[in-house]
Design a protein around this ligand. Structure first.
Ligand SMILES: Cc1cc2nc3c(=O)[nH]c(=O)nc-3n(C[C@H](O)[C@H](O)[C@H](O)COP(=O)(O)OP(=O)(O)OC[C@H]3O[C@@H](n4cnc5c(N)ncnc54)[C@H](O)[C@@H]3O)c2cc1C
Length: 209
């Protein structure tokens, strides 16, 4: 059995390099930014040719092989590629995101640090009614008046909560206790490292309308 030689230098993907450090805004105060990555198409192909040598003999070019792997559910070669992101997101979304157990996460600690005064505030036109068909989804946008009133409620409650949080801290309440005053509209931040296979799985679940 002949194993292909591994590359001696770290492979670079120009399209990924161009994304490193570029913050893509998300909601009111959030962002997603690629911090680092490991691996490229060649890493997937190299792993596949080791693992599935006989099965891939007829697929000669890399693009064709990658498509073959995806079509046949040969997923482990995609685990050779890793991506690390820094993400700032509201706590109510983070609670859903963290359910994806196959990523590695380090989150901003509200026990060590003071939570910044940043909370999600939807634009009035982005407040939708409950979907009639999907019990866990949104339907059509509501009237602007309803959106404005909802936004005003979020704003008022979040501000009051943050004032109470600051008051508690100033009175000496421990940060790990004071944080219970903050609603899930507030933002958290984490490093999120995931391999390409698990990223595909995450996207297939979370981008499914
Ligand atoms: C639209 C939507 C609605 C949801 N609603 C709810 C809800 O109401 N309540 C709720 O609690 N959750 C809800 N979830 C979360 C959902 O149940 C999953 O926890 C989440 O989508 C992560 O999926 P996953 O386990 O496949 O992913 P990962 O955690 O990334 O795991 C990937 C795969 O690894 C395997 N795996 C990982 N850990 C284990 C394990 N311990 N045992 C066995 N196999 C494992 C499984 O094959 C799994 O598919 C919802 C998710 C979506 C997308």
């Amino acid at each position: 059995m002949e194993a292909p030689e591994p590359p001696m230098r770290r492979p670079a993907v120009p399209a990924a390099d161009a994304l490193i450090g570029v913050r893509r805004p998300l909601l009111s105060h959030g962002f997603v930014v690629l911090v680092d990555y490991m691996g490229d198409d060649a890493a997937v192909v190299q792993a596949a040719r080791v693992s599935y040598g006989a099965g891939t003999r007829t697929v000669r070019d890399d693009r064709g092989l990658i498509r073959y792997l995806l079509r046949h559910g040969h997923t482990t070669p995609f685990e050779m590629v890793e991506l690390k992101f820094l993400i700032r997101l509201p706590i109510y979304i983070a609670r859903q995101w963290i359910r994806h157990r196959t990523a590695s996460v380090n989150e901003y600690s509200a026990r060590y640090s003071v939570v910044p005064d940043e909370y999600e505030l939807p634009a009035p036109g982005e407040v939708h009614r409950q979907s009639a068909r999907n019990r866990q989804g949104r339907g059509e946008p509501l009237d602007l008046a309803v959106g404005e009133s909802f936004r005003a409620d979020v704003d008022r409650i979040s501000q009051e909560a943050y004032q109470a949080y600051q008051r508690a801290l100033s009175q000496g309440v421990a940060r790990e206790t004071a944080r219970m005053l903050l609603p899930v509209s507030f933002y958290t931040q984490w490093y999120w490292k995931v391999n390409l296979h698990n990223l595909f799985h995450f996207l297939s679940l979370r981008l499914d309308p």
